[in-house]
Design a protein around this ligand. Structure first.
Ligand SMILES: C[S@@+](CC[C@H](N)C(=O)[O-])C[C@H]1O[C@@H](n2cnc3c(N)ncnc32)[C@H](O)[C@@H]1O
Length: 306
């Protein structure tokens, strides 16, 4: 099972060190220290070295780790920095194609981009480009649980008609800013419950050549619809199977939560999409490697190309 990493060519991101339940990362010109429960080992650099590099450190609040408040806390500035800044990402083998992402310090320790996802962006760009080259029409790509939209921008850069769906209006506005700054346009923005949307698309017989999904452990739709990964994933994947074109299409499932393994992701995908044993799935882990060679696995992926 392969482990994939962002390319070392990506100048705007670097995992400097990890350990003691923390990670130290540079995003463009700023360095952030954030909790990372999976960093079970020791830091390589001293606390003094971490502090000398850090612009801002996230300190978990009282509710940290508890349901509904998993990632809550505050940011403490050690050096002057902006609240919001931009980084770029250049797609490999894509001429000059690149996109921009705004970063911000949110109250939930996230900054607006999950850098370990870069190999998925590359895959989405490659597959969308290949499908676009092989057909007369622009491929339709659906990005579910799409957050600030890096995957949407990768598909758009490859010439797709992209539908970007998330239940939170503010993150869709954020994704829109990223599109604008990237010099792209035409993404279709949808603020809706992901399950409701895919059920309706299946009823209407709409199909997509590419479907990307990165569902969280818990979430909710704009009207309070409950999303619980354990209970909803299989039905979601069945609906995905109903709206994914039977050929000349691709699917990317990414999972961070519940300790789900790549093998579990493969079985869910195989069963939900009724794939024969001979259909090849590509699955593995997405990870970051710090300067000292310590590998920090963060999510699993399952990819289908047919
Ligand atoms: C783990 S994030 C996705 C990260 C993103 N793919 C990336 O790498 O940048 C999960 C997203 O799902 C959204 N979400 C949660 N529940 C949802 C629901 N029921 N319907 C649609 N989106 C939902 C959240 O607002 C959040 O943006």
């Amino acid at each position: 099972m392969p482990t994939e990493f962002p390319s070392h060519q990506w100048k705007d991101y670097e995992l400097l060190d990890s350990g003691g339940g923390m990670k130290l990362e540079r995003f463009g010109g700023y360095t952030l220290a954030r909790p990372e429960p999976k960093a079970l080992w020791d830091k390589e650099m001293t606390d003094k070295e971490w502090d000398s590099l850090t612009h801002v450190r996230f300190t978990p609040g009282a509710g940290f780790g508890k349901a509904g408040k998993e990632d809550s806390g505050t940011w403490d500035r050690l050096k002057a920095m902006s609240d919001q800044w931009w980084i770029g990402y250049r797609l490999a083998n894509a001429g000059r194609a690149s996109f921009s992402m705004r970063l911000g310090l949110t109250s939930f320790k996230h900054v607006g981009v999950f850098p370990e996802q870069a190999p998925n962006w590359e895959y989405i760009f490659r597959e969308t480009s290949a499908i676009a080259a092989a057909s007369r029409e622009r491929p339709k790509v659906l990005n579910l649980f799409a957050y600030t939209g890096a995957a949407s921008l990768a598909a758009k850069s490859a010439g797709a008609d992209v539908t970007h769906l998330d239940s939170v209006r503010q993150v869709v506005t954020w994704a829109r800013e990223n599109q604008e700054r990237s010099g792209l346009d035409g993404i279709r923005w949808v603020v809706e419950d992901a399950m409701k949307f895919v059920r309706r698309e299946a009823r209407r017989g709409n199909v997509y050549q590419g479907i990307i999904l990165d569902p969280p452990a818990y979430g909710h739709g704009p009207d309070g619809e409950k999303w619980k990964l354990d209970e909803c994933l299989f039905e979601m994947m069945r609906n995905v199977g109903n709206i994914l074109a039977p050929e000349n299409s691709f699917m990317v499932l990414n999972l961070y939560s519940n300790g789900f393994s790549a093998a579990l992701g493969e079985t869910v995908t195989r069963q939900a999409l009724d794939l024969t044993a001979s259909t090849e799935l590509d699955s593995g882990e997405l990870a970051l490697e710090d300067r000292f060679g310590k590998v920090l696995p963060l999510s699993i992926f399952v990819r289908l190309r047919r």
